[in-house]
Design a protein around this ligand. Structure first.
Ligand SMILES: CC(C)(COP(=O)(O)OP(=O)(O)OC[C@H]1O[C@@H](n2cnc3c(N)ncnc32)[C@H](O)[C@@H]1O)[C@@H](O)C(=O)NCCC(=O)NCCS
Ligand SMILES: Nc1ncnc2c1ncn2[C@@H]1O[C@H](COP(=O)(O)OP(=O)(O)OP(=O)(O)O)[C@@H](O)[C@H]1O
Length: 229
């Protein structure tokens, strides 16, 4: 099995691309979803967050107030680092569990949708392909302010909390340009999907060829030994 990293900047279109990949039958593990799971009430990360950020970070029902926590960490690099140090190891553990499940089920590859893939770098060594969903800075800003109802200043702060998208584009093995229409992006996703399916077929053919060569070599050696003895 091989792993594909899907990343980008905040609101650059990762979820849009990952939904399209899911529709094509690709297994996708979403780090944002894992990040929500690992801070459920009474989990180890939840307890640490309450310990460091205080009870005032909780909603009346005991869950973490994500909007409030977002405002705190996006305006303070120190608090962001603290939250990352609590949540990231748990997120990675959760993602590895899910990868293992897909492996057991016999999937040829899994796509990991991870916003901070190049910032943390913990997962990159396991990846065969990296895909960056890119859009130009003005489009990113306007999509972020519209989707999350943020002011321009708040949105710029959140964009500034991540590695610049241009740099991520440079590090990727594949780029999806998402400044245009959904249809335009869908065409690129179809091409990416074909590429991944072809690569999986290549790995299967190679594995079969290696097994065949190994089997034939053993048979040959066995025959030679029989003839010699
Ligand atoms: C700050 C939190 C509470 C805000 O929650 P909220 O539901 O409003 O947003 P959501 O989780 O859907 O994240 C939206 C986007 O924000 C960006 N983002 C989230 N956390 C971070 C971070 N620590 N640093 C930079 N960007 C971040 C990502 O692009 C992400 O896709 C939440 O994002 C969080 O717990 N973040 C820490 C864990 C983390 O790093 N998650 C990213 C996946 S690795
Ligand atoms: N090609 C497109 N044309 C128009 N709108 C788009 C396009 N792609 C994405 N959007 C919109 O832009 C917003 C951000 O997209 P999306 O949620 O997919 O980004 P994301 O990278 O997953 O964000 P986050 O980092 O916050 O998880 C959404 O409101 C989405 O509907």
């Amino acid at each position: 099995m091989f792993l594909v990293g899907l990343t980008g900047g905040i609101a650059s279109g990762k979820s849009t691309v990952s939904s399209q990949l899911k529709e094509l039958g690709c297994p996708v593990i979403d780090a944002d979803v894992a990040a929500r799971k690992v801070v459920e009430p009474q989990s180890p990360a939840y307890r640490l967050i309450v310990q460091h950020f205080g009870q005032e970070i909780l909603l009346d029902n005991g869950e973490i107030d994500r909007q409030n926590l977002g405002q705190i960490i996006f305006s303070s690099p120190k608090k962001r680092r603290l939250l990352n140090s609590i949540t990231h190891p748990e997120i990675h553990k959760e993602m590895f569990k899910q990868i293992l499940l897909y492996f057991i089920k016999g999937y040829g590859y899994v796509v990991l949708d991870v916003p901070l893939l190049f910032e943390t770098r913990r997962l990159t060594r396991f990846l065969t392909h990296t895909v960056v969903v890119y859009c130009d800075p003005a489009t990113q800003l306007s999509r972020l302010t519209q989707r999350d109802g943020l002011s321009q200043e708040e949105a710029e702060q959140r964009i500034g909390a991540q590695m610049p998208l241009k740099e991520k584009r440079r590090l990727a093995s594949h780029v999806i340009e998402n400044s245009g229409s959904h249809e335009d992006t869908h065409r690129q996703v179809l091409r990416l999907h074909t590429k991944l399916e072809d690569f999986m077929e290549f790995l299967v053919v190679r594995a079969v060829a290696v097994a065949a060569v190994a089997g034939l070599s053993s048979l040959f050696l066995y025959t030679v030994r029989l003839l010699v003895s």
